[in-house]
Each structure stands twice: as structure tokens, then as C-alpha cells.
Design a protein around this ligand. Structure first.
Ligand code: PEP
Ligand code: MN
Length: 575
């Protein structure tokens, strides 16, 4: 197989390509654009170019070539190769370090040895050459003992040069990332020499219009689908000053449904998108194998729904830190409706932990009926909850209202709550599932059991099995209570699904005095946990005061639920 490389024999590009395909024949080219031309014309089956160095960053000449080279779809990327780069200073026989006046090498190599050169050869003239091996060739031809080259160790011997210093790169972990490419219509390259699991990456160029938020929206298309952004690089658009092209590397192959969906969205938002290719990422000991393509926008329906009890007749357990929903012991979640202030949440959490609560709740983002009501403290509230967890050991569940906030809420919380109003917000369900955090899925006030279970199915279908259902009352003709607790559903859902079910008697009743009796009734009906609202001074609560237990009432409930045994929440109780 013939591979076009930039540089002559003995270059790092050649050594890198050989790491993949030991049997290759190289076609040396002077410049990166000549490597591209050789592959386009069919003079070489593949090309190999350096794209990034771990010390000095991007190889901008390669980046700047990509749009022109790949824009018409003739070429596609095939592999990534990482190659450790160790530099050697070499000169004709008789040369000494002290006598060197000029050093030649590729500018990237000179950059990688900057510290060593400043220390050992502070006054030398640094001269850029086309490539490292080529600079060794020039130094050998000149035969001047005052001129040295920086190149790979193995470039010295063929040119009769002597080694003056080895491993002179500024960091021993120095390595360069190379990309290989072929014509899009070329047959697949022979398998690489290495074996093992494979991983794919996809590289894309995105040109965006100057509009507020466009870059963020483009990147969000990947993030909200759980596609990992690995690198983002901007380069100036030469024909239009102060505009930029963005080079994006993401985890996965363009045939993965989530990435395919993201790329479709990016294409719709951006002025222009060039998919450079999906290629096998470099993993030590990796082997070529294409992931099976699955159609985008559609998940195949399983014969039995994922939530169906037949799939797990013994019932599933959902673990949140050291707690388990669906085990022998009920999980008691408690906390304020809203996180109102730092002291309030810390004090309430400490008391909950002290009297036997297992987990802390509290809304930082609040779904309020009126836009003029308190909407929650947002990120500040999340920080206070995380602080409270730090001090008490209670894991934290908190509501996420929209897909845009999933990332930040998942960063702080141990479990994401999807509220009643959002039970059928399918975009939010998907985004919450993709966060990888366990999800507490409340039943919508007007949702049937079937709709509730299908909402849970969305989360499972996204690959997240950790869903706990929460019955929190449904809307009926009865006005004396806020909602009507549907204990039918608790029993029925327990028959139809393997997912753990808990009950929120606070929102079901809307009246404090009903909360303890409803809690005991729910456990008797088979709920594996409770979530109740607790406030140190319920009459002053910023939301849902009427249904919040005070601390003494909660202590009574905790004693009843855990039968006097201490809760599991507080690993560290002191505040
Ligand atoms: C809450 O838990 O504070 C809440 C808003 O609950 P729901 O979504 O059940 O109304
Ligand atoms: Mn509430």
C-alpha cells in the first residue's frame, strides 16, 4: 500500500503511518497540499498528515487545507494515529554542542524543543525547514560542523550524522496526532496491524453566520444528545476578515443515531458544514471494525416494553449513591419545596439527617403557575444543595425544568426529578436520560398510568435503566385537597412494571395534616419510598408552605417509617 506523507524518508509522518501499516511504501511529498493532491490523483492510496501536537497544539497548515481538500466530498478521513515524538540534535562528525551556530528543523519540532534550545543553545539561529528528516539531509549535504538538525533519532544514521543530544523535547509525553485519508470511492484500507476494541471519532468543519448564540446552538446540538465534544478549533476565514471556521471533533461515528441527528441539526443551523469523515480513533491495541449503523429518528420497538414487569419479575433496584430504591428498606426523601437560602437548606438538611431522613430534596428551578412567583435560586440553589450533601451525607434529588439545564443540574445532583408538569416533555426526558443520572419521574396530574409508563419507557429506551416512578396525586373533581392520591396506581404500576415506585403525599394532599397518614397508607400499598416537603417554618415558606411538615412532624414521620431505626442518609450528620 502506498501512503503519501509530508517529508522524506525518516520523517515522523512516515514512522507514524508505519505504526499502523508496517508494510507500507511511502510517497514523500514536499508540502501538505502535495500529499492531498497525490491522493486525489490516485498516485497514493492514502495520505497521512500531522494535525495536532500535544505540546504546541494544532498544525495549522493541515487545518487550513481541510476545507478545500475535503469540501467536495472526494476525500474522507480513515484513521487517527498517535505517535510519541522524541527529538534528537544531530550534526556532521566532529561537531560539538558548543560549536553549533545554526539549527534546522520543521517549525513544529523547533517549537517542541524551545526550552531545551533556550537553555543549551541560547544564541543559535533557528531555521525552518520543510520537515525534520529533510533538515537532516540538508545538514549532511552542507557538511558544516556549525550546523545541526533536529529530527527523529533514526534519521541520523542514513545521512552519516552524529547525535549531539537526545530527547530534547520539552516534555517526555510529547506526541503528535496524525490523520490518514483516502478517496471516498476507494476500497477500505487493509486492516491495521493492531488488535482490540475500536472507537470512532468524527471531524466536521462548521461555518456559522454572525448571529447571537449561533456557535453555542451548534455545539449544543452535540451536547444535548450526549455526544462528547473532543476538540474545537477556530481558524480565520481568509476571504472574510474576522470571520472563522470551526473544526469540531466528536466522539462516535456519523452512523450512530445520536450523532447523525446532531449533524442534521448542525447542518440546518450553520451556513456550511463539511463532514471530513468518521474514522477509527487511536486506541493502543485497536482494530478496524465499523459500528452497526442504526436508523436515525427512530428506535426499534422491543417485543416487550422495557418497563414491563415480565422483563424483571423480581423488580429492579435503582441505586443513588449508597441508597437503593426497590430494596427491603423504604427510602425517605425530605426537604423544602424550594431552596430558599443557604442557611435554610443547610439547617433543614442537618435536621433531616439527624432524625433519620435518607435523602434531601429541594427545588432550585421551580415550575410555578404564575410567572410572578418565586422561580428558584437556579445554580446558586444547586450549590447550596451540594454543600448540604457535603455536610450531611444525604444524596440530593432536585427538579430539572428544561433540557437546557440538564447538564448543570446533573453536575450537582445525584438524581434528577422530572416534575408532574413535564412528565410528557419528551425532549427533557431524553436529555435527562442521556445525563446518565438516575431519574425520579413524577406522574402528571392528568396522566393515565399508560402515559406515565410510556414516559418512563422514553428514559429506558435512551439507555438509562435507573428510573424511579413517583405518584404525586392526580386532578379529580375534589377541591378540598390539592390533588387526589391515587393509591390504585401505586399497586397497579407495581404489577405492570419492574420499576420502583415512591409516593409524594405532600403534593397529593396539599394539606400538612394528611401527609403522615397518607405516607403510611402508601407504604402499606407497596410504595418503596416517600418524598415529603419539610420546612423549618412552614408558614413563611416561599412555596407550598401549607403542605410542608415542620421539623417535629417530620421527626415523627421518620420514626414511623424507619420504626425508630436511624436513616441511611446521614453518613456525616454534624453541621
Ligand atoms: C415539587 O416537587 O416541588 C413539585 C413541583 O412537584 P410536582 O411536579 O409533583 O408538582
Ligand atoms: Mn412543592
Amino acid at each position: 500500500m502506498r501512503i503519501a506523507i509530508q517529508g522524506t524518508h525518516g520523517s515522523f509522518s512516515e514512522a507514524a503511518a508505519r505504526r499502523r501499516w508496517p508494510e507500507l511504501v511511502t510517497l514523500p511529498c514536499r508540502e501538505a497540499k502535495d500529499v492531498v493532491a497525490a491522493v486525489r490523483d490516485g498516485r497514493a492510496e492514502a495520505g497521512c498528515l500531522p494535525i495536532e501536537n500535544s505540546l504546541i497544539g494544532s498544525v495549522t497548515t493541515t487545518y487550513d487545507l481541510l476545507e478545500e481538500a475535503f469540501g467536495d466530498g472526494t476525500l474522507r478521513l480513515t484513521h487517527e494515529i498517535l505517535y510519541p515524538v522524541h527529538h534528537t540534535l544531530m550534526a556532521p562528525p566532529g561537531a560539538t554542542l558548543g560549536g553549533i551556530k545554526r539549527v534546522l528543523s520543521h517549525p513544529v519540532a523547533l517549537g517542541q524543543c524551545r526550552l531545551w534550545l533556550e537553555k543549551h543553545l541560547p544564541d543559535v539561529e533557528l531555521v525552518s525547514a520543510w520537515d525534520t528528516a529533510g533538515s537532516a539531509e540538508i545538514v549532511a549535504q552542507e557538511g558544516n560542523t556549525a550546523i545541526a538538525a533536529i529530527a527523529a533519532r533514526h534519521a541520523a544514521e542514513p545521512h552519516g550524522l552524529r547525535l549531539l543530544a537526545e530527547r530534547i523535547e520539552d516534555d517526555p509525553t510529547n506526541q503528535t496526532r496524525f490523520l490518514t485519508f483516502t478517496r471516498s470511492d476507494a476500497p477500505a484500507l487493509p486492516p491495521a496491524a493492531t488488535q482490540g476494541a475500536s472507537r470512532h471519532k468524527t471531524s466536521v468543519i462548521v461555518l456559522i453566520d454572525h448571529k447571537p448564540g449561533m456557535l453555542a446552538l451548534t455545539l449544543q446540538a452535540f451536547g444535548v444528545r450526549g455526544v462528547n465534544l473532543m476538540a474545537l478549533q477556530s481558524r480565520p476565514e481568509r476571504s472574510a476578515p474576522w470571520t472563522y471556521r470551526f473544526y469540531v471533533d466528536v466522539d462516535g461515528s456519523a452512523s450512530d443515531p445520536r450523532l447523525a441527528e446532531a449533524l442534521e441539526e448542525v447542518e440546518a443551523l450553520a451556513a456550511r458544514v463539511v463532514v471530513l469523515g468518521s474514522y477509527e480513533a487511536w486506541v493502543e491495541g485497536s482494530r478496524l471494525s465499523a459500528p452497526p449503523p442504526t436508523p436515525a429518528h427512530h428506535t426499534r420497538k422491543p417485543d416487550i416494553p422495557l418497563v414491563d414487569r415480565r422483563r424483571q419479575p423480581e423488580g429492579s433496584r435503582v441505586e443513588v449513591r449508597h441508597l437503593a430504591f426497590g430494596g427491603e428498606r423504604p427510602v425517605l426523601i425530605a426537604g423544602p419545596c424550594s431552596v430558599e437560602s443557604e442557611t435554610m437548606v443547610l439547617e433543614t438538611a442537618a435536621e433531616i439527617a439527624r432524625v433519620g431522613g435518607d435523602m434531601l430534596r429541594g427545588g432550585a428551578y421551580k415550575p410555578r403557575t404564575s410567572p410572578y412567583d418565586f422561580q428558584g435560586l437556579g445554580v446558586k440553589g444547586l450549590r447550596y444543595l451540594a454543600d448540604a450533601r457535603e455536610r450531611t451525607g444525604l444524596p440530593v434529588v432536585t427538579e430539572v425544568l428544561s433540557w437546557e439545564e440538564v447538564a448543570v443540574v446533573a453536575h450537582f445532583a445525584d438524581m434528577l426529578q422530572i416534575g408532574a408538569r413535564n412528565m410528557q416533555n419528551f425532549t427533557l426526558l431524553r436529555a435527562a436520560a442521556r445525563s446518565g443520572k438516575p431519574v425520579l419521574l413524577k406522574r402528571g396530574a392528568g396522566a393515565t398510568i399508560e402515559e406515565w409508563l410510556m414516559a418512563a419507557e422514553y428514559i429506558l429506551a435512551e439507555g438509562n435503566p435507573n428510573v424511579v416512578l413517583c405518584e404525586r396525586g392526580i386532578r379529580t373533581f375534589e377541591r378540598a385537597t390539592r390533588h387526589t392520591l391515587d393509591l390504585n396506581a401505586v399497586v397497579m404500576v407495581g404489577e405492570r412494571t419492574h420499576l420502583p415506585v415512591i409516593v409524594d403525599p405532600s403534593h397529593a394532599a396539599g394539606v400538612r395534616s394528611l401527609v403522615v397518614p397518607l405516607s403510611m397508607g402508601s407504604l402499606a400499598a407497596g410504595a418503596c419510598g416517600l418524598i415529603v416537603e419539610v420546612h423549618p417554618d412552614p408558614d413563611k415558606a416561599m412555596s407550598d408552605g401549607a403542605q410542608s411538615l415542620d421539623l417535629a412532624m417530620f421527626a415523627g414521620l421518620a420514626a414511623k417509617v424507619h420504626g425508630g431505626a436511624p436513616g441511611r442518609g446521614g453518613a456525616r450528620l454534624a453541621v
